[in-house]
Write a protein that binds this ligand. Structure first.
Ligand code: XUL
Ligand code: CO
Length: 437
């Protein structure tokens, strides 16, 4: 293995008593929990854009990240040099999957044709490294938000020519994803929203967004791409309003435009909290629609109102996520992608490892805790009992659509006033605390 991270060993599982910062304390890839190896539960992925391209700038200051392998240029050679560094990182960290935007891996050229050729060249390199390392592509995507041409939207731009540019980029990113055996393809509509309604034809913009998604699904069929399409909800940031603002809005959009059978959701924790929801809320919404596909694993900060993309280290969060993934029966095409970056102060290459080790260990603990809570059974039994009145009698009739409003009126007039049992929230919180330790 090349040595771009000479001071970092291959990260191994050493158990909870280890004090080695370059070891897993809880993530033991091949250990079985709930009948499956940990690595198969999580399908961890690293984000090319954060690991390789995030210089750790913030709105008030320049990047701080030390990247001795990177000459800071936007050349194709520099792009090619990043590839082995990234794969060394994946191998040392024991991460099986990765995700990328077209522009993370390959630079824009002087013409669109040159841009596509750059991507094709880097894809060759990625493919060779995937083969040599056994690493795989969880999903690919096109960056339709960074270039100034997308300042007023990509699929939802007022300019039909910008739409065509976006379509061209999606075609090539989709084909790159297929060439790399990618298991999915993501649409995150970074600029698909508006800054002001004064200049916006919202209905038309939404129809154009749907058109791009339909065209992409058709193209996938034509080229034989069998991967899963995802849409990734996020509310504000960068727009005043984002059309794909949360899980419910995305599902409604997909349903309205006949796209629900082709798409699932890629849910991101920090996006959920920016939308004023918890991650578990967004997961419940997606699971209820049979549309939870994948997860961008990170967290926000309650003291900062933007997408801080921090690494997930909160055990309540990872427990809640894993409770739902276990109940869903696990990921199929999706996985846990660390769409997360180090703090600006954590500028050394070694910090990339500490960050991912922490996230993987937090999910390993979350999985073990969630499995224990499910096996304990008290939580599920409580919820079942709380809704027991729907399992028979009048509840059963309502659920099966076998009752009229008039019959319900007659029923209600014939019973004693309803009496509620306690919701026992605090008792259930205590139950969770028996396991989160
Ligand atoms: C932005 C974000 C994106 C998507 C992919 O907040 O999460 O990186 O995950 O475009
Ligand atoms: Co994301």
């Amino acid at each position: 293995m090349p040595q771009h991270f000479p001071n970092v060993p291959v990260i191994k599982y050493e158990g909870p008593k280890s004090r080695n910062p370059f070891a897993f304390k809880h993530y033991d890839a091949n250990q079985k929990v709930a009948g499956r190896r940990m690595k198969d539960h999580f399908r961890f992925a690293a984000a090319y854009w954060h690991v390789m391209r995030n210089g750790l700038a913030d709105p008030f200051g320049a990047g701080t990240a030390l990247m001795p392998w990177d000459d800071g240029s936007d050349s194709l050679d520099n792009a090619l040099r990043r590839v082995p560094v990234f794969f060394e990182f994946l191998e040392k960290c024991g991460i099986d999957y990765y995700c990328f935007h077209d522009r993370d891996v390959a630079p824009e050229g002087a013409t669109l044709k040159e841009t596509h050729a750059n991507l094709a060249r880097v894809v060759k390199e990625l493919k060779a490294h995937q083969k040599a390392s056994g690493r795989r592509l969880l999903w690919g995507t096109a960056c339709l938000f960074a270039h100034p041409r997308y300042a007023q939207g990509a699929a939802t731009s007022p300019s039909a020519d910008v739409f065509a540019y976006a379509a061209s980029q999606v075609r090539h990113a989709l084909e790159a994803t297929k060439a790399l055996g990618g298991e999915g393809y993501v649409f995150w509509g970074g600029r698909e929203g508006y800054a002001s309604l004064l200049n916006t034809d919202m209905k038309r913009e939404l129809e154009h967004l749907a058109a791009l998604l339909h065209l992409s699904v058709e193209h996938a069929r034509k080229i034989g791409f069998k991967g899963q399409f995802y849409i990734e909800p996020k509310p504000r940031e960068p727009s005043t309003h984002q059309y794909d603002s949360d899980a419910a809005a995305c599902l409604n959009f997909l349903r309205e435009h006949g796209l629900l059978k082709h798409f699932k959701l890629n849910l991101e924790t920090n996006h959920a909290t920016l939308a004023g929801h918890t991650m578990e809320h967004e997961m419940e919404v997606a699971i209820a629609a049979g549309a939870l596909g994948s997860v961008d694993a990170n967290r926000g900060d309650t003291l900062i109102g933007w997408d801080t993309d921090q690494f997930p280290t909160d055990l309540y969060l990872t427990t809640n996520i894993m409770l739902r993934i276990l109940k869903m029966g696990g990921f199929t095409t999706g996985g846990l992608n660390f769409d997360a970056k180090r703090r600006r102060e954590s500028h050394e290459p070694a910090d990339l490892f500490h960050a991912h080790i922490g996230g993987m260990d937090a999910f390993a603990r979350g999985l073990k805790i969630a499995d224990a809570i499910i096996r304990d059974g008290r939580l599920d039994r409580f919820v079942d009992r709380r809704y027991a009145s729907w399992d028979s009698g009048i509840g059963r009739k309502v659920e099966s659509g076998k009752v009229t409003l008039a019959q319900l009126d007659a029923y209600a007039q014939g019973i004693k006033p309803p009496r509620l049992d306690s919701g026992r929230q605090e008792m259930l919180e205590n139950l969770i605390n028996e396991y989160v330790r």
